[in-house]
Ligand binder design. Structure first.
Ligand code: ZN
Length: 488
């Protein structure tokens, strides 16, 4: 049906995408740990896998898309120590942990809606799947890959590695892990420091706790994704996605857990998006460059020269290939904003084009190139460059230097509708940095100006043009009317 090629992190190769159970596709993406405002680090995986989801659907696959909410078990560090991130926030805010999780889940949903990220088909919460996680621990224990100490259960990495390969995804070798990890202090319950928690016994002050065969406690962070992906997508499914920062330990541990419980590899294609930097620096609270999404949308952070619409952020992220890093700067965002406006304006021009008897342009070639770009591991920057080639074609037809037949014009409209709106998920109202009411008011003013001109009232017509210009609205007079652009 198609020639979609995906880079598989597990094999480190580009592979032809062949679903396990055609035409069904199982897609699991690690969602947010809900204890803080959504930021760029949330936007990139959400947008990357939104495009994959949209494209698979466009190709005709029936996709079951699961993106989880982590609301328990994600501790402050990866060594299974420290406070639960949600518990800690709840303690600081004097709220229930579930109030924190709910509040930030709503905040996350609001941002995703603004970014035009589609909802997943299922959004399971870790805290709603404690029974499934306990069942999986029991399987792992039964198969001999876990051990219990004082009410906590740990995964036996060394034993697992004798039969399977721990580190295959991240490329880490167990011997190196042994050499590089600190010696266990007397307090540690684990056999080896690289073993990870499947279940932790809750300390007396720990609020989030559930009964289990081993103790009152809570599941380890990695377990939820193994348990919930198995529940909703089966023991084997097609695609597992997430940010590159999750490769180790999170995804490595997921592979180990699922394999230890089910006796086989669960994921066919592992897909990871690269990270985001701001002005060339890693994003971090201590660096003062930690900008959340709302601050981008309102321009309220001191590093931002102005506000950037959700569509500008979306378009900017898509201008880089998902496996490359993206560096955010005011300059780069402003050029993305201009580029996107040019693209959206062209889609509006396209709707006004008139067909001729024959075409002097090759629209089939443009279509093939767009599909080739997306089929080549979702190469959105190349796709966007082809769409800009198309903008030149549209503008030449509009200027009368090229012509297009009726059937080619229909095809050209379909290409822009499919790729710009359906697959890249841009929306024209937001992309223009305004809304329908705003456009309507500008059109109304410009119609009044045309009427003033018609009755030779040039004082009024110039006044309208100049004052609109002062507001950032550039008016272009045309033979049969006007056109305008907003550069606010
Ligand atoms: Zn996960």
């Amino acid at each position: 049906m198609n020639d979609l090629i995906i880079y598989n992190t597990l094999t480190r190769k580009k592979e032809q995408f062949i679903p396990i159970n055609y035409p069904h596709v199982g897609l699991y993406v690690c969602g947010p740990t809900v204890y803080g405002d959504p930021h760029l680090g949330h936007a990139r995986p959400a947008i990357t896998f939104d495009i994959l989801y949209r494209y698979l659907q466009h190709l005709g696959y029936k996709v079951r898309y699961v993106r989880n909410i982590t609301d328990v078990g994600h501790l402050e560090n990866d060594a299974d120590e420290g406070e639960d991130k949600i518990s800690k926030k709840a303690r600081l805010e004097q709220m229930e942990p579930m109030e924190i999780a709910q509040y930030y889940t709503f905040r996350y949903h609001d941002s995703m809606r603004l970014l035009n990220v589609k909802n997943p088909g299922i959004e399971p919460r870790a805290s709603g799947h404690i029974i499934e996680q306990i069942n999986m621990i029991e399987e792992i224990l039964k198969n001999g890959y876990g051990y219990e100490v004082n009410g906590s259960v740990y995964f036996d990495v060394e034993k697992y590695n004798k039969k399977y390969n721990y580190g295959k995804l991240s490329g880490r070798i167990l011997e190196d892990l042994i050499a590089n990890t600190r010696d266990l202090d007397g307090q540690d319950e684990k056999k080896n420091s690289f073993d990870f928690a499947l279940w932790k016994k809750a300390s007396p002050g720990h609020i989030m706790r559930w009964p289990s065969p081993w103790s009152e406690g809570f599941p380890g962070w990695h377990l939820e994704c193994s348990a919930m992906s198995t529940k909703y997508l089966g023991e084997e499914f097609d695609i597992h996605g997430g940010g590159m920062d999750l490769q180790f330990p999170h995804h490595e541990c997921e592979i180990a857990q699922s394999t230890a419980a089910n006796g086989k590899e669960s994921v066919k294609y592992w897909v990871h998006n690269n990270m985001i930097t701001i002005n060339g620096q890693k994003m971090g609270k201590s660096l003062g460059n930690f900008i959340n999404l709302e601050e981008f949308f309102t321009g309220s952070h001191k590093l931002l020269e102005k506000s950037y619409s959700p569509m500008t952020v979306r378009f900017f992220i898509m201008q880089a290939h998902y496996r490359s890093t993206v560096d955010f700067s005011n300059e780069a965002l402003q050029s993305a904003e201009k580029g996107m406006a040019r693209l959206i304006t062209a889609t509006e021009t396209l709707n006004k084009l008139k067909p001729s008897d024959k075409s002097t342009v090759n629209i089939n070639e443009l279509k093939d190139k767009c599909y080739q770009a997306m089929n080549d591991d979702m190469n959105t920057p190349i796709l966007i460059s082809h769409l800009f080639d198309g903008v030149r074609i549209i503008n030449s037809i509009d200027a009368g230097t090229e012509s297009i037949s009726g059937s080619d014009l229909d095809l050209l409209k379909k290409i822009y509708n499919d790729f710009v709106f359906e697959i890249l998920g841009l929306t024209s109202e937001q992309a223009k940095g305004n809304n329908l009411a705003f456009s309507g008011v500008v059109d109304l003013m410009l119609n009044l100006r045309m009427e003033a001109k018609a009755r030779k009232d040039f004082r009024t017509s110039d006044k309208i043009r100049n004052e609109l210009q002062a507001l950032g609205i550039i008016v272009k007079d045309k033979k049969d009317g006007f056109d305008w652009e907003y550069n606010g």
